[in-house]
Ligand binder design. Structure first.
Ligand SMILES: Nc1nc2c(c(=O)[nH]1)N(C=O)[C@@H](CNc1ccc(C(=O)N[C@@H](CCC(=O)O)C(=O)O)cc1)CN2
Ligand SMILES: Nc1ncnc2c1ncn2[C@@H]1O[C@H](COP(=O)(O)OP(=O)(O)OP(=O)(O)O)[C@@H](O)[C@H]1O
Length: 289
C-alpha cells in the first residue's frame, strides 16, 4: 500500500519541471540507466517525463542500498571519534544553537532526546535551557514549549509530545528516552499535530547531511513522514513553516552528491556543526541576518 503510494508520488514529482528551490526534490529524477542508479539534475533530460513502475522500483531499491551503505560508513566513523572530540563538538554545537537568534526567538520547539550509544549530537544542554527557561547566561526567558518524539509503531509512525520536565521520560526498546502519551497525573499529553500554536523550530538528528540540505536519517522514515504531515498541517492553518535545523558533527557533513535522496526525503533549512551555522534555504538565510 505504502509502496504503491510512494511510486505514485515519485511519478508525480518526477513529472514536475522548473520548480523553485522550495521543492528541491523535484529538480531531480531517478535514473536506472546507470548501473549505480544515481540521481541526475533534470534540465538536459527534461523530455524524459515518463518512467515505468519497474524503473522506479529498481531505482528506489538501489537508492535504499546506497543509503544503507553510507549509513554504515558514517556510523563506523562516528564510533571512531574520541570522547574528548565528541564532547568538544557537542559543546560547540549546543552553544551555537543557544546563541542563535532563531533559537532565542522561538516559542515552540520540537527536539530529539540525544542517544549516546547512537553517537548523536548531544541535546541535553539545549533541552535543559528550554525546560529551565534560561538563556546561555542563565538569564530567565519566556518559557518555550518543547515537544519530543515517541515511536508509535515500526511503520514510520512517530508522534511528538509536549513535555515540561526530563522526569517525564523513560527508555524505549531502542534505549532512547521518550514520553508516555499520558503524564503522571493521568492527563493526555499534547500532540504537536493538535497544538493550537505553530512550532517555529525543529532540531533534527541524522546520520549524514550536505550543504544543499540533504539529510540521511537512521532509515525508519519517521522524521520524513512526521515532517511532511506537520508541513501540511502548518499550510492548512496558514502558519509559517517551521525552520528545520539539523545538528551535525563535522564528519557527518558530506560533499554534495554523496547523499542519495528520493522525493520523500525532506530537506533541512540549516545545519549546525561545530564550525557554525550553515544556512541553506531562504528562510534560514533570513533567520541568520
Ligand atoms: N534520539 C533520537 N530519537 C529518535 C530518533 C532518532 O533518530 N534519534 N528517531 C528517528 O527516526 C526515531 C527513532 N528511530 C530510530 C531508528 C533506528 C535506530 C537504531 O538503533 N538504528 C541502528 C541501526 C539499526 C539497523 O541498521 O538495523 C543504528 O543507527 O545504529 C534508533 C532509532 C524517534 N526517536
Ligand atoms: N513520506 C513518506 N511516506 C511514506 N513512506 C515514506 C515517507 N518517507 C519515507 N518513507 C519510507 O520510509 C523508509 C525509510 O526512508 P529513509 O531511508 O529515507 O529514512 P530516513 O530519512 O533515513 O529516516 P528518518 O526520516 O526517520 O530520519 C523508506 O521505505 C521510505 O520509502
Amino acid at each position: 500500500m505504502r509502496k504503491y503510494g510512494l511510486i505514485q508520488k515519485t511519478k508525480e514529482v518526477l513529472m514536475i519541471q522548473n520548480c523553485p528551490f522550495a521543492s528541491s526534490a523535484a529538480q531531480f529524477y531517478l535514473s536506472s540507466r546507470s548501473s549505480r542508479s544515481v540521481i541526475h539534475p533534470l534540465p538536459g533530460d527534461a523530455h524524459r517525463s515518463f518512467i515505468t513502475m519497474n524503473e522506479v522500483d529498481v531505482s528506489l531499491d538501489a537508492i535504499a542500498k546506497q543509503k544503507k551503505s553510507l549509513r554504515s560508513k558514517v556510523r563506523k566513523e562516528l564510533k571512531g571519534m574520541s570522547i574528548a572530540q565528541r564532547s568538544q563538538e557537542d559543546t560547540a554545537i549546543q552553544n551555537i544553537v543557544l546563541e542563535a537568534s532563531w533559537f532565542k526567538s522561538s516559542q515552540s520547539v520540537c527536539a530529539y532526546i540525544s542517544c549516546d550509544s547512537l553517537r548523536e549530537v548531544n541535546t541535553s544542554k539545549i533541552l535543559s535551557a528550554i525546560l529551565c527557561n534560561t538563556d546561555e547566561e542563565g538569564q530567565k526567558q519566556k518559557r518555550k514549549k518543547l515537544y519530543v518524539p515517541r515511536i508509535e509503531d515500526r511503520n514510520s509512525h512517530m508522534r511528538m509530545f509536549n513535555i515540561s520536565s526530563t522526569s517525564d521520560l523513560s527508555p524505549n526498546s531502542m534505549n532512547i528516552l521518550e514520553p508516555a502519551p499520558v503524564d503522571s497525573d493521568g492527563n493526555q499529553r499534547e500532540d504537536v499535530m493538535q497544538a493550537t500554536d505553530p512550532v517555529d523550530l525543529f532540531l533534527l538528528p541524522g546520520v549524514a547531511f550536505d550543504r544543499s540540505g540533504r539529510r540521511l536519517g537512521r532509515g525508519g522514515g519517521y522524521y520524513d513522514v512526521l515532517l511532511k504531515k506537520y508541513q501540511e498541517v502548518a499550510a492548512e492553518r496558514k502558519w509559517n513553516q517551521p525552520l528545520l535545523v539539523a545538528l551535525s558533527y563535522s564528519l557527518q557533513i558530506m560533499d554534495e552528491g554523496v547523499i542519495p535522496v528520493t522525493p520523500n526525503d525532506i530537506h533541512v533549512d540549516a545545519i549546525v556543526s561545530p564550525a557554525g551555522v550553515i544556512p541553506i534555504s531562504h528562510a534560514a538565510l533570513r533567520g541568520c541576518d
